[in-house]
Design a protein around this ligand. Structure first.
Ligand code: ATP
Ligand code: MG
Length: 314
């Protein structure tokens, strides 16, 4: 029986570019995509993910809006949790999109990350278990958090509020707290006090980059901020992971951006690229991550693969 590529080439001939099966999660035909997603899922679930020696704490950051920070934070977190690890997401964005996507959306006024940041309410008291995945927890944000930027400016140790709460949490006896392998802090599209708190609390920065015009614009500013944070507050902070999001491999632009990013961040860039996938954008309206909404989708496969890469790099 002829292969899919033979059939394609016989049918469409030289008028079209020759069909070459794709190695990565970038398959073009539905058949290729299904086969690829299946292979990624089998590989992901074939063995448990390794537990890191110490909790790995990531700030998911990029001051550019709408590049996939929240989507990446919640879906990588869900994938790691599905892989048997225990994961916490801290929503540091007043938009509260990470909380929504994780199915935990308390009303304004209820205990949330706002109370931890501004009133020292212990993290343990604002932690909710996600409905879909047992080992996934979230410290949610409500609209109250929009007050925090202003309130924090006047408070003590204003840059360290989140770091101090995390240290207090991890300092509790094991019996009094949940063990976490990973913590992801979702941050807003700005470089204000909330993002600063995320960068001071984290050890690693995960930067989602959308492969589009001006993708790298603003990255210099983020790098300068990270440099300052390292000098003044958190010498251990490093950019460990970069992931390309909403990637459309058919466009030259996406491939050009990928090449640029690979040139500057060859060690940090994940080989897995997250494709643009409609199931990924649908999931949050059901209060779900792509992992529980549609595990068989190409989007879920990409996030499983990205999560595994991250876990194996620890
Ligand atoms: N891989 C994808 N495929 C399709 N849609 C996506 C994908 N990733 C993200 N989106 C959609 O793009 C939009 C922006 O994504 P997201 O909210 O994650 O970005 P963000 O960087 O967190 O935005 P903000 O800066 O406002 O916090 C959302 O509507 C999301 O559903
Ligand atoms: Mg966001």
């Amino acid at each position: 029986m002829s292969s899919l590529s033979d059939r394609f080439n016989a049918e469409f001939g030289a008028a079209h570019k020759q069909y070459v099966p794709l190695p990565e999660n970038e398959a073009e035909s539905t058949f290729d995509q299904l086969m690829h997603s299946h292979a990624v899922r089998s590989e992901f679930f074939s063995e448990p993910l390794p537990h890191p020696a110490h909790p790995r704490i990531f700030a998911v950051s990029n001051q550019k809006g709408g590049v996939g920070k929240t989507t990446t934070a919640v879906n990588i977190a869900a994938a790691l949790a599905k892989g048997g690890l225990s994961v916490l997401v801290i929503d540091c964005d007043p938009q509260g999109n990470a909380s929504t996507a994780l199915g935990v959306k308390p009303p304004a006024g209820d205990p949330s990350v706002y109370h931890t940041l501004t009133q020292d309410l212990p993290l343990r008291e604002v932690m909710y278990q996600c409905p879909d995945i047992e080992t996934l927890f979230v410290v949610p944000a409500t609209i109250d958090l929009s007050m925090a930027e202003v309130e924090l400016v006047m408070s003590d140790r204003r840059e360290y509020r989140l770091r101090d709460s995390l240290s207090a949490f991890f300092g509790l006896p094991e019996a009094d707290r949940i063990h976490f392998d990973y913590v992801f802090i979702d941050s807003p599209p700005s470089l204000g006090m909330l993002t600063l708190n995320a960068l001071v609390a984290a050890r690693e920065v995960l930067i989602p980059i959308q492969a589009e015009y001006y993708a790298l614009e603003g990255l210099t500013q983020l790098m300068a901020t990270i440099h300052k944070v390292r000098e003044s507050f958190n010498p251990e902070l490093r950019i460990s992971t970069i992931v390309l999001t909403m990637f459309d491999k058919r466009t030259n632009l996406a491939n050009d951006v990928a090449a640029d990013v690979a040139q500057y961040f060859s060690d940090e860039l994940l080989a897995t690229r997250i494709p643009r996938n409609v199931r990924i954008s649908e999931a949050p309206s059901f209060g779900q991550t792509i992992i529980s909404y549609d595990l068989r989708s190409a989007g879920a496969a990409a996030y499983l693969a990205a999560a595994k890469e991250i876990a194996l790099r620890s």
